[in-house]
Ligand binder design. Structure first.
Ligand SMILES: O=C(CO)[C@H](O)[C@H](O)COP(=O)(O)O
Length: 210
């Protein structure tokens, strides 16, 4: 099981400082969608230049023009990028091909999907590396969590690795780790606490080794 730190609420220098603090416990660093919007792929490039050896996911949440956007993420330094499960099947298939042609990986984000079982089965047949359960900030604000959705998605996926995100914190990590995701994504639960290094270390210590 891998730990991904989603960096959403920082500027590029803040992201670099957060990576520096947490890199002993984190497997994958996410250059989050707000950073993509605020600082573009040039910001991603700066993070890559600062840390040539980390695994970096660019959370582009692609919806269309899939091959091109996937290629751009990799050109600017990502190892993994994301497309929405709500995109057309053709876009997801194009994104998978573009990622694998580049020797990189793709995560399909299930945010906003209501028939989770049906779409999980469909996405599972498209060859992506990860399928991500995701309760976004706007539903977290209404008290929603990703736990139940994760179980539904996991039950309907055979070959694709599973990821889960959405408000996971030190005190809720154990419950979701027990459900067995391949990739646990934590943002604010690490980045907004007083001691991000300690939070990352605590969560990593709860996880089974790969
Ligand atoms: O993609 C995202 C928001 O759309 C976040 O990166 C993801 O939800 C993880 O962050 P948090 O743990 O703070 O919810």
């Amino acid at each position: 099981m891998k730990l991904q730190l989603a960096i959403d609420l920082e500027d590029v220098d803040g992201a670099i400082k957060l990576i520096e603090k947490t890199k002993d416990s984190v497997d994958i660093f996410e250059y989050g969608t707000p950073l993509v919007i605020n600082f573009g792929l040039e910001g991603l490039k700066k993070v890559r230049e600062a840390f040539p050896d980390i695994t970096l996911l660019a959370d582009l949440k692609i919806m269309d023009v899939a091959s091109y956007e996937v290629e751009q993420a990799f050109k600017y330094g990502a190892d993994i990028t994301t497309i929405l499960a709500a995109a057309e099947d053709q876009s997801i298939k194009d994104a998978v091909k573009a990622a694998h042609d580049a020797g990189k990986e793709l995560l399909v984000d299930m945010i906003g999907i209501h028939d989770l079982a049906k779409r999980a089965k469909e996405v599972d047949a498209m060859g992506a590396d990860y399928i991500g359960t995701h309760t976004g900030y706007d539903l977290q604000a209404l008290g929603e969590t990703p736990f139940e959705a994760f179980n539904t998605i996991k039950e309907n996926v055979i070959t694709t690795k599973t990821a889960v995100a959405g408000g996971i914190k030190v005190d809720t990590a154990e419950k979701i780790i027990a459900a067995g995701p391949d990739l646990l994504i934590v943002g604010g639960g690490i980045s907004t606490v007083d001691d991000p290094a300690a939070a990352a270390k605590q969560i990593k210590a709860m996880m089974p080794k790969d």
